[in-house]
Ligand binder design. Structure first.
Ligand code: DQA
Length: 150
C-alpha cells in the first residue's frame, strides 16, 4: 500500500476558527478526516503532521524521505520566504505537492511568491479544502505508475 503524508504548516491547526471568510468553517480535524478517508478510498494510507515551527517541518520532511511515497505540503506563510524548507524539499527524492486553501495569487502581494514552488512537482491552490483532495488524487495518479512501496 502506498503511504502518503500531509504536512500542515503554521496556523493551519486553527482551521475552522481562523479567518473563516478566507479558509472556510471546516475544522482542522474534519478536513484531515476527509483527506485520510479519500486517500484510503484511493488505496493509500495517509498520515497527518502539523507544526507551527519551521525546523519541525524540515525534520519531518527528512523523516518522510524514507517512510512515504509522496508528500502534500501546505507550508502556510513559510511558503513565501522559507529557503530552509525549500532546500529540505530539494534534498529529498519523495515528490512533494504544494497546496494552499486560498488562491495566493489573488491576495496580498507578499503571498504571490512561493519560494518552494520550483522544487515541488506541482501546485494546487485556491480550492479550499478540496485543494488537499485534488492533491491526494494527483499523488494517486502519479504513484500508480510506480512499483516500489515503502
Ligand atoms: C495558506 C496561504 C498562506 O499565504 C497563509 O500564510 C496560510 C495559509 C493557504 O492555505 O491558503 O497560512 O497557505
Amino acid at each position: 500500500m502506498k503511504k502518503i503524508l500531509v504536512i500542515h504548516g503554521p496556523n493551519l491547526n486553527l482551521l475552522g476558527e481562523r479567518e473563516p471568510g478566507i479558509y472556510g468553517t471546516d475544522t482542522f480535524d474534519s478536513i484531515n478526516s476527509e483527506i485520510t478517508e479519500y486517500a484510503l478510498n484511493c488505496g493509500m494510507y495517509c498520515e497527518i503532521f502539523q507544526s507551527n515551527h519551521e525546523g519541525e517541518i524540515i525534520d519531518q520532511l527528512h523523516v518522510a524521505r524514507k517512510n512515504y511515497n509522496g508528500i502534500i505540503l501546505n507550508a502556510g506563510a513559510y511558503t513565501h520566504y522559507s529557503y530552509a524548507i525549500r532546500d529540505a524539499i530539494a534534498a529529498i527524492k519523495v515528490p512533494v505537492i504544494e497546496v494552499h486553501l486560498s488562491n495566493i495569487h489573488a491576495r496580498d502581494e507578499f503571498r504571490n511568491r512561493s519560494v518552494i514552488a520550483p522544487v515541488c512537482v506541482g501546485q494546487i491552490i485556491g480550492f479550499g479544502k478540496e485543494s488537499y483532495i485534488l492533491a491526494v488524487e494527483a499523488l494517486h495518479k502519479m504513484l500508480k505508475e510506480e512499483n516500489a512501496d515503502v
